[in-house]
Design a protein around this ligand. Structure first.
Ligand code: NAD
Length: 455
């Protein structure tokens, strides 16, 4: 075992250190989780529902504490961190309704009765990134537990604190301590052991596309189930017929939320050429008005980047000769600060094609609907996107043509716990959230029961 020091990204102060587990500790956790899973699966659906409701109530009672931890560990603005803790409660509450609704099917067949059962997979391994530690963990924990599984979570190295606390709250709520275990450690040790351990029946991986491909390749050796939630480079398409004032006023929020460290960030703004100049005039004051600063302050809209290493990566996309149109402001001094930045590069520039994962947005002009769709789809990713237009037919035509899992029209909404979420192309595989999520943690078993002839 080794320990790693966690740093407050707004101050660079050391918060505390966390022990990293080794592969043997993972093996031990899998064995204990397998036993706990069998007990949990035997509990009645109503008991499992009650367990999830109790967990949700414990999270609700500790919203302030969880939010403060996320402010300190991840630099999220306090209002965002409070929303995230409340979202975890809501996700748990939503899926608390599932154990009693996971009904199979009765299928009409000859000579007997045919029914299907939704059997739990067993032990599920969940690997999360550092950008939204609490919500992303809950998207697997809640539906997987609801479907009768045990869950092991490996949080990202930089941001394990809220996930560790969620694990404790599950125990305080009365869940078996081995049913949901949070296992801090590195990706190559703890994460890879989830992939190679035969007792882990599914891996849900959220993170970069590069590591997601390794997880998928490793899982193939055991035909292990995977859900992959990977990177994005989403487009915010502004047509001339839209409410241009509103589109410009909301564009910063569509990309700079969580300092751009958001897989759904609309990091490519595409603007119809005949309104391009006017849009940029409207966008500039909106970008300069983004309040960047102390994440503990309620006035703050954008905090720091998560780490020094990530700051350096983001900064590499804005060299001295970068085509900067305008920038917002950010504190100087200690902390990993980066101002909201608007670039106007060529279509082939790496700032247009790479996922920067920071507060840097590119703006490109397009000629017509066909050009907009071609530009939007000119990426290996396909996670999210927005379309701004007052023409309903155009909105639907463009939505159907864009290769992306989550689109919004005249809004930047991406994630709701009751609607499905996930990516096309190299943004991922499978879907999270929505009414079907528990089914993604089950196997369908078909049982035929013969009916004997009378006499
Ligand atoms: P990352 O891929 O570096 O790490 C993600 C997780 O994988 C971490 O817990 C890490 O420890 C672990 N890991 C690293 N190497 C591993 C290995 N060999 N085997 C198993 N696990 C391993 O990603 P990141 O930098 O933490 O997160 C940023 C990325 O996550 C971005 O690309 C972003 O778009 C993506 N993301 C996607 C979604 C989504 O829902 N699609 C949501 C959030 C973030």
């Amino acid at each position: 075992m080794s320990a790693v020091q966690l740093v407050n990204p707004a101050t660079e102060d050391v918060l505390r250190s966390v022990e990293h587990l080794d592969a043997a500790a993972v093996d031990d956790a899998v064995a204990r989780a397998a036993a706990a899973q069998r007990r949990w699966a035997r509990a009645s659906p109503a008991q499992r529902a009650a367990g999830l409701r109790a967990f949700a109530a414990a999270v609700n009672a500790h919203t302030d504490e969880l939010a403060a931890l996320e402010v300190a560990n991840s630099g999220h603005p306090i209002a965002s961190a409070e929303w995230e803790a409340g979202h975890v409660r809501d996700v748990l509450t939503f899926y608390a309704g599932s154990p009693e609704r996971l009904s199979g099917k009765q299928i009409p067949v000859a000579d007997g009765l045919d029914v299907t059962f939704n059997e739990p997979l067993g032990v599920v391994g969940v690997i999360t990134p550092w950008n939204f530690p609490m919500p992303i963990a809950s998207w697997s924990i809640a539906p997987a537990l609801a479907a009768g599984n045990a869950v092991l979570v490996k949080p990202a190295e930089w941001t394990p604190l809220t996930t560790l606390r969620l694990g404790e709250l599950a125990v305080e709520a009365g869940l078996d301590p081995d049913l949901l275990q949070v296992l801090p450690g590195t990706g190559p040790v703890v994460g890879e052991r989830f992939v190679t351990h035969p007792g882990v029946r599914k891996v849900v991986f959220t993170g970069s596309t590069a590591v997601g491909k390794k997880v998928m390749a490793g899982a193939a050796a055991q035909v292990k189930r995977v859900t992959l939630e990977l990177g994005g480079k989403s487009a915010n398409i502004i047509f001339a017929d839209c409410d241009l004032e509103r589109a410009a006023a909301t564009a910063p929020n569509g990309v700079f939320d969580n300092a751009g460290q958001d897989c759904c960030a609309r990091s490519r703004i595409l603007v119809q050429r005949n309104v391009y100049e006017r849009f940029m005039e409207l966008l500039e004051p909106a970008v300069k008005a983004v309040a960047v600063g102390d994440p503990a302050s309620r006035d703050t809209e954008m905090g720091p980047l998560v780490s020094a290493a990530h700051h350096d990566k983001v900064a590499s996309y804005v060299p001295d000769d970068a085509p900067v149109a305008f920038r917002g402001t950010a504190p100087t001094g200690r902390g990993f600060w980066f101002p909201p930045t608007v670039l106007t590069p060529q279509r082939t520039d790496r700032s247009v094609t790479d996922e920067i994962f920071g507060p840097v947005v590119t703006v490109l002009a397009f000629d017509d609907e066909h050009d907009a769709i071609t530009l939007a789809n000119d990426t290996t990713y396909g996670l999210s996107g927005s379309i701004w237009t007052d023409d309903l037919s155009r909105a639907l035509r463009v939505c159907r043509a864009i290769e992306s899992g989550n689109l919004s029209v005249n809004s930047h909404s991406s994630v709701r716990f009751n609607t499905p979420f996930g990516g096309f192309k190299q943004s991922g595989l499978g879907r999270e959230l929505g009414p079907d999520a528990p089914l993604h943690f089950t196997e369908t078993k078909n049982v035929f029961i013969a009916i004997r002839e009378e006499g």
